[in-house]
Design a protein around this ligand. Structure first.
Ligand code: RUB
Length: 311
């Protein structure tokens, strides 16, 4: 990982130079590790205060993907109990290393597990630009399966351009479609694979705006709809009733200044919500599971920490 300070990292996550739920988590965690690595003070009280400020900056950079929250909390686990600053620094660095390694491994594992759901000759569709979904598609292709991919443009940021560049360069038969072509194209598709920013305790998916229209169209066309998600995209807070904040971004991502009358409002939510009933399965590093299993995984992962989070 490239070394970057907390302010630069937060700014680059905010302006989407660094994007994608897995990547923002790994980069945020890495920035916290670098922050403690260059910390020179030895007063524990001041250290905790400074670390808290750094944590807040990273967490405030983008609101929707819980991967960032889970990554940051996994990294700071145990700091409260550390005897001194030196011990706390080593702990944060070790936790960060482990999170980044496990997260990278999880994406690979999801690829291997999910690829078994793709048959030779399948046509699949994906949305936006998800490393987990692409890991599944690329692994199936590397296994020698002849596949075709439809990828959506994903307005307004057009992350679909990243996706088709990646798939096209890998040699995969790839077709780019505009977002409003989803229902038309779904009749040619066998399976849909998308990523996740957050999955709630009751199995609801929050992902790039437009994901729910793929799910609805897939349901109508009897096409299987798979979510590719590391389990650190499961949201602990939703267990206790919290809802997921849906990020809204500026008008300038949609129109240029002066292009439309000032009186016209622009609404630019960048994620949407797909109900559990439209999801055939969630492909995780722990295996293929139903949306109904998310609650159990969360409870098991949290263990006794569940009560701390509840408070
Ligand atoms: C990206 C997006 C991706 C998920 C999963 O949105 O919605 O599907 O983040 O990505 P944005 P990954 O471009 O606004 O960050 O599988 O790479 O974690």
């Amino acid at each position: 990982m490239v070394h970057m300070n907390v302010d630069d990292t937060a700014a680059m996550i905010k302006d989407m130079t660094i994007r994608g739920a897995g990547k923002i988590a790994r980069t945020g965690v890495s920035a916290l590790s670098d922050f403690v690595g260059s910390y020179e003070g030895r007063d524990m009280k001041a250290f905790r205060k400074d670390l808290e400020k750094a944590k807040k900056k990273i967490l405030d950079s983008r609101p929707t993907a819980v991967s960032l929250w889970n990554g940051v909390h996994a990294t700071l686990k145990g700091v409260e109990e550390a005897k001194d600053v030196g011990e706390a620094i080593s702990l944060v660095q070790k936790n960060a290393r482990e999170f980044i390694e496990n997260s990278t491994k999880a994406v690979e594992l999801i690829g291997k597990i999910g690829a078994k759901r793709i048959q030779d000759g399948d046509t699949v569709m994906t949305h936006c630009n998800s490393s987990a979904a692409l890991s599944v598609i690329k692994t199936a292709y590397e296994q020698g399966k002849h596949i075709k991919v439809y990828a959506t443009e994903s307005r307004p940021w057009r992350q679909g351009i990243l996706t088709v560049n990646d798939l096209g360069k890998a040699g995969i038969d790839t077709t780019l479609v505009i977002d409003s072509a989803v229902r038309t194209v779904m009749t040619k598709v066998d399976k849909v694979f998308v990523g996740a920013d957050t999955i709630t305790s009751h199995g609801v998916l929050v992902n790039k705006i437009g994901t729910s229209q793929l799910a609805l169209s897939a349901n109508e066309a009897r096409v299987q709809f798979y979510v590719c998600s590391e389990t650190y995209k499961f949201s602990p807070m939703t267990l206790f009733g919290d809802t997921v904040a849906i990020e809204e971004r500026g008008f300038d991502e949609i129109v240029k200044k002066g292009e439309i009358p000032d009186s016209v409002k622009i609404y630019n939510p960048v994620f949407d919500v797909t109900p559990a009933k439209y999801i055939d399965a969630i492909i995780t590093e722990l295996g293929v599971m139903s949306p109904g299993s998310v609650y159990d995984v969360l409870v098991r992962q949290l263990g006794e920490r569940i009560f701390q989070i509840k408070e």
